[in-house]
Design a protein around this ligand. Sequence first.
Ligand code: NDP
Ligand code: HSE
Length: 439
Amino acid sequence: MTAMEAVKIGLLGIGTVGSGTFRVLERNREEIARRAGRRIEIAWVAARDVAKARAVVGDAIPVVTDAVAAVADPAIDIVVEVIGGTGVAKDAILAAIAHGKHIVTANKALLALHGGEIFAAASARGAMIAFEGAVSGCIPTIKVLREGLAANRIEWIAGIVNGTSNFILSEMRAKGLPFADALSEAQVLGYAEADPTFDVEGIDAAHKLTLLSAIGFGIPVQFDKAYVEGITALTDRDMTYAEKLGYRIKLLGIARRTARGIELRVHPTLIPASRLIASVDGAMNAILVKADAAGVTLYYGAGAGSEPTASAVLADVIDVTRLMRAEPQERVPYLAFQPDALSDVGILPMAEVETSYYLRVRVRDDVGVLADLARTLADAGISIDAMLQQGPGDDRGETDIVILTHPTRERSFDAAMERIVALPAVRPGYSRIRREDLG
Ligand code: NDP
Ligand code: HSE
């Protein structure tokens, strides 16, 4: 190894990811230096609570409290932002870029919402922005899409990209835990976002999917166009019926190129239990990518947590260290495609998306009710793939009917549902979950 000066990092945030980054760098210092070609050192960390920060880093590393001012430090080369959110984190990153620092961040919310502005600022200053930790924890998904599959035309990406919601669904299914208990466990384990609504309402997954879609298809970052639905309305009953029909329910992020536009959607999804991705449990993530030359590839690993995310953050630090002296045009573009070669193909509105459905309705258990349901779907041009009636009616003479449809446009399905809920035998409340084959 050369005797070049150490690369100096300003570490913004020393919480779950920041502390993991500190520990892994300490533990693997030599191994990392052998890979990067230079030693990598933390110059200081920024946190609000100095005592809490000291408990992690000890006395040898200075702790600062003004992250935005600190990034001006001429001694540092790279700012690692693991504060989160779109407030101080954004100000600090823009200030750091203005001072010519390279950026490593795990902040998907920030990039999904303000990526355009941040990438433009970085490009103007010749700064690198690396964000492997922002998507699917330790799994090198960004690297795969930006580099490994660079020769391909990506057709679709479908992934379990939120560890917290996958953990909750797995605990509910395997242990029968109530939703709230499973969420508390995920928070204790450090998987959840500062606001767990982001996890359970699909917003965090949509942030990540937005980044993946930009890198996969060479389109701008467009979080505002994503369709987002979380897991809070899912019931045990639907999980059980799905299993009986040979499916598992997962919160899936799907980005698909179609002739009519790009699908960008996050929602609970029935996937065949026989698919590998259906067995991805706990806080693990998995991403399937369908590419024209490579075919289908699957990436699996811990999607959240202190050291798994630190693994991705430090891989970025190593990459940035290696490329620091390269000319900006020799580096991989932020979003994989050259900034002047982005496509303006539109995001397909959800009403136009074609998929198949799981539908559960509670009905009066009378002669002809099933026929009425089938007729209403047929009138809307929706074909039934499978059906399940849950046993004899209960003592109120009601029963659940579960229907799997063939693919149809969301708009047609919504129109059929308006007529179904108006049928006299149909009780209030129904469940509709989209279904994907992922073949
Ligand atoms: P934590 O809440 O655990 O840590 C946040 C850290 O930022 C704390 O050290 C906090 O310090 C510090 N901080 C907050 N506000 C300020 C401020 N104004 N000035 C200086 N420091 C501040 O968050 P995580 O580590 O979980 O997440 C960090 C980022 O990583 C987020 O963008 C998140 O989305 C992302 N991420 C998280 C993963 C995970 O598994 N947790 C996985 C992948 C990405 P103090 O305690 O003193 O307030
Ligand atoms: N809250 C996120 C999750 C952290 O649960 O997946 C990882 O990005």
